[in-house]
Write a protein that binds this ligand. Structure first.
Ligand code: SF4
Length: 457
């Protein structure tokens, strides 16, 4: 999972992109990067680290230009190195000419890379966004395609989830995979600046309050002549009848103040909480405690439904980062231990419903239940805002090995016992579908194994 941003038509493009990237920092914390064009030269800066650390005032002052694309990275395809960080840049005899950044994962990376390498195309990284860039450039330089044609050809051949920004020296392009798996919205400022981002929270941070989705398999070109929307026929490329947004964007990944896939994220989470509460008609408890921050609104939905107090009894250290998106188990374990603490003298003798968004590896939840027990909670009932995660995601979330998923190792009673909870319930897929307006437009593959695309082994 990653976050992208694109800015066109503003002398402070780099600064605006950095603000947008900071708003999307929750989508990736390992590395970040930005490419900026002044109409003649494209300059690139990317490093391991957070946006505020990498894009200092001095660095931004060097990135002069009116077009910028930026990226925050959470590694899925390719290791956590500066090499694999984005944007990727295409160097030609006349200097850097094209740059690209993407959110998502390509599922036929291996065969596509082999195809391009057989044509003499060289790669600098193992990152699938570079494949998108090399494919488009190959179509342009080898086959004489226009940029729009090259992107269309790429969409026919390269399968997977991608919400991408692409720049040349005098134009910005945004495009999206035919299944619309990852969020991508765009808008215009009053002064005419065009901005595209993974999440609308980046646009609202920049003062825009109305936004549009980039259409499925669509391409939007922004240059001095204006905005051109190339609405591709999505049926040409799509393996299923409908789009397949990632349901996990609503459950966990996106910020609650974002709006995409025609939903307010916080409202979907509240609806999930209410569904969980409706399963618990007979359960008598004192408090509802969400695991902060992504479960806050699920907890609120639960508490509202039951008429119980929502208690912010767990305190999260915000400087640790999101444990789920740390790239190795060692880092995940360390960050869970340092991440949560309980309010003193708060839980003694209390019966608690503890609400979390998901159980993936089982790393976090047992430790949190233990914290509540040690603080004196007399009962802890776990309620989980997603069905059991039993299958790997190949579209941008790091659950590569199914044996790592606790739902494949332990039954629900065993997980309840291992986490020392009094009870454990998940929302069902059917109930989750009832929480969104267009349930057939979503991917639920990590719960039911029904992948919307064939995944290359
Ligand atoms: S498999 Fe799960 S996490 Fe991956 S895109 Fe589908 S719903 Fe989202």
């Amino acid at each position: 999972m990653c976050g992208i941003i694109g800015v066109f038509g503003n002398p402070n493009a780099a600064k605006l992109a950095a603000i947008g990237m900071f708003a999307e920092q929750h989508r990736g914390q390992e590395s970040c990067g930005m490419a900026v064009s002044d109409g003649h030269v494209i300059r690139l800066h990317k490093r391991m680290g957070l946006v505020k650390e990498v894009f200092t005032e001095q660095v931004l002052a060097r990135l002069q230009g009116s077009i910028a694309i930026g990226h925050v990275r959470y590694p899925t395809t390719g290791s956590a190195t500066e090499f694999n960080s984005q944007p990727h840049l295409l160097e030609t005899l006349f200097g850097p000419s094209h740059a690209l950044a993407s959110n998502g994962d390509v599922v036929n990376y291996k065969s596509m890379r082999q195809k391009l390498e057989a044509q003499g195309v060289f790669f600098n990284s193992d990152n699938d966004a570079e494949l998108l860039l090399r494919y488009i450039a190959w179509q342009i330089y080898q086959n004489g395609s226009s940029i729009t044609e090259a992107i269309r050809m790429m969409m026919k051949d390269v399968k997977g989830a991608y919400s991408a920004v692409f720049m040349v020296r005098d134009a910005l392009y945004m495009f999206r995979d035919p299944l619309n798996m990852r969020p991508m919205v765009w808008s215009r400022m009053e002064d005419g600046t065009t901005v595209v981002a993974s999440e609308s929270c980046a646009l609202t941070t920049l003062g825009m309050h109305e936004f549009k989705e980039v259409p499925a398999a669509g391409i939007i070109r922004v240059n001095k002549q204006g905005i051109t929307i190339v609405e591709n026929d999505p049926n040409l490329y799509r393996p299923t009848k409908e789009v397949r947004h990632c349901i996990f964007e609503h459950v966990y990944f996106s910020r609650p103040d974002s709006h995409h896939f025609d939903e307010n994220v916080y409202e979907v989470r509240q609806a999930i909480g209410a569904k969980l509460a409706a399963q618990d008609e007979g359960l008598e408890v004192d408090l509802v405690v969400p695991v902060p921050d992504s479960s806050n609104f699920i907890g609120q939905g639960y508490a509202n439904y039951k008429g119980l107090p929502l208690a912010l009894g767990l305190i999260r250290n915000h400087y640790v980062g999101r444990s789920f998106i740390k790239p190795s188990q060692r880092y995940r374990d360390e960050s869970v231990r340092q991440k949560y603490n309980v309010l003193p003298n708060f839980f003694k003798g209390k019966k608690v419903v503890l609400v979390d968004d998901s159980i993936v590896r089982g790393t976090t939840i047992g430790k949190i239940v233990k914290l509540l027990r040690e603080a004196g909670a007399s009962e802890v009932h776990l309620r989980i805002g997603s069905p059991q995660v039993k299958h790997s995601c190949y579209f941008g979330i790091d659950t590569p090995d199914e044996s790592v998923l606790v739902a494949n190792r332990l039954s629900i009673p065993e997980i309840t016992e291992a986490s020392s909870a009094d009870s454990l319930k998940h929302i069902s897929i059917e109930e989750l579908r009832e929480c969104v307006r267009l349930p057939d437009h979503y991917c639920y593959a990590c719960f039911d194994g029904q992948y919307p695309l064939e995944v290359e082994s």
